[in-house]
Design a protein around this ligand. Structure first.
Ligand SMILES: Cc1cc2nc3c(=O)[nH]c(=O)nc-3n(C[C@H](O)[C@H](O)[C@H](O)COP(=O)(O)OP(=O)(O)OC[C@H]3O[C@@H](n4cnc5c(N)ncnc54)[C@H](O)[C@@H]3O)c2cc1C
Length: 347
């Protein structure tokens, strides 16, 4: 088998790059295993504003302009819905918090996203001592459904090998790569936190932050928006809600823990005051980086090895943009933005 590209990893990064290949008539084969879970357990939320500090997310407007049609296109391809648009309502902690909201609207010119009319309504089950602030243009991509649908699609087309890519078996020749029976001109590594095992790129400063979420069934909670407080509460439909997420900088496994669950439940007592049962508990490692920017680019020695990683806490918004940038860099020699190019770490 001879292809243009091998892709290693089929999370949000791998899917976004595969879509570039399909759109440009390139042949490929994908290797994917189950070692990382980030795209499978993600909240899937996109939100152009960081609600801890009321600051705009880096390049949010540009990223959303690429991401929204990207998911819409996938919805058409699979004849299903992945993207559910809803309002996010921020629960203010104090009057000062409310005032900061208005300062941010003026300071960053983000009236498009942060509504200047506060919401004083009471919602059954929601604890709010102050008003709520509406964030526009937010929503959730069902990343689990998306990854599963995509995997099924490329498996059906014989383009997927459901196995661990063994780095030692890769033979690098000048213009051609050989991996067992596959020959390829180029390889793109998009293994999420699995990059740590990749001898070609594991010197990159990928830190990794573990996150856990729980899914709850709360029949008395009737909100159809994302509630953002010390945790997020995301409506999944039929009174199911995803609650998250924890941030753990030391544990790098994808195993859900009792401590993680306890932390979420404790925080949840300050956010909602209705009964619930837990139906699911998941964990994964976010591929975060030291400088909070993606890791995109070419190996310093081998010109046909590339990396697409470092999507951090915002893979849904970032993946389509950086996949496009990498493809255009490889195929059309278009320069990569300095902020995402891995050559920023070369002395
Ligand atoms: C709890 C939690 C909540 C989150 N919430 C959000 C959110 O609300 N919004 C948002 O935008 N982002 C969120 N994120 C972050 C988001 O999940 C990531 O940014 C994104 O999914 C990373 O995608 P990826 O493709 O780079 O990596 P991954 O999803 O980790 O995919 C990598 C794939 O490569 C495979 N792989 C690795 N090594 C090999 C190998 N050697 N051979 C074969 N396959 C291999 C892995 O098994 C995996 O399938 C969250 C993450 C977590 C953990």
């Amino acid at each position: 088998m001879k292809v243009d590209y091998i892709i290693v990893g089929l999370g949000l990064a791998g899917i976004a790059f595969t879509e570039q290949l399909i759109a440009n008539n390139k042949s490929f084969v994908v290797f994917n295993d189950n070692s990382q879970k980030s795209s499978l357990v993600a909240g899937g939320v996109y939100n152009p504003v960081i609600l801890k500090r009321f600051t705009p997310v880096w390049n949010a407007t540009q990223q959303l302009a690429v991401a929204m049609p990207f998911y819409e296109n996938l919805e058409q391809k699979f004849n299903t819905t992945f993207d559910r648009k809803f309002l996010t309502k921020k629960v203010f902690k104090s009057i000062e918090d409310q005032n900061n909201w208005f300062s941010a609207i003026d300071k960053y010119n983000i009236a498009r996203y942060l509504d200047d009319k506060l919401d004083y309504n009471k919602y059954q089950g929601v604890i709010a001592n102050y008003a709520l602030g509406n964030v526009n243009e937010t929503g959730r991509v069902d990343t689990l459904n998306l990854v599963n649908s995509y995997e099924e699609f490329i498996l059906k087309n014989n383009l997927l090998k459901q196995e661990t890519f063994n780095y030692e078996s890769l033979e690098i020749k000048d213009n051609l790569l050989k991996y067992n029976t596959v020959e390829a001109y180029k390889i793109v590594f998009s293994e999420g936190f699995g990059l740590k095992k990749n001898p070609y790129f594991n010197q990159l400063p990928l830190t990794g932050v573990k996150g856990e979420t729980i899914t709850i069934y709360a029949p008395e909670l009737a909100i159809d928006f994302q509630l953002k407080s010390t945790v997020f509460v995301l409506p999944l439909g039929n009174h199911y809600f995803k609650v998250g997420a924890t941030f753990n900088w030391t544990d790098k496994t994808s195993t859900p823990t009792e401590e993680g669950k306890k932390e979420l439940e404790e925080k949840l007592t300050k956010v909602i005051n209705v009964n619930y049962t837990i139906s699911e508990h998941t964990a994964g490692v976010r591929p975060t980086t030291k400088d909070r920017r993606p890791l995109v680019g070419k190996h310093s020695k081998y010109k046909n090895l590339y990396v697409l990683n470092g999507l951090g806490t915002r893979g849904v918004m970032i993946a389509p943009t950086v996949a496009k940038a990498l493809f255009e860099f490889i195929e059309f020699n278009k320069e990569l933005d300095k902020e995402i190019n891995i050559n920023r770490f070369v002395d």
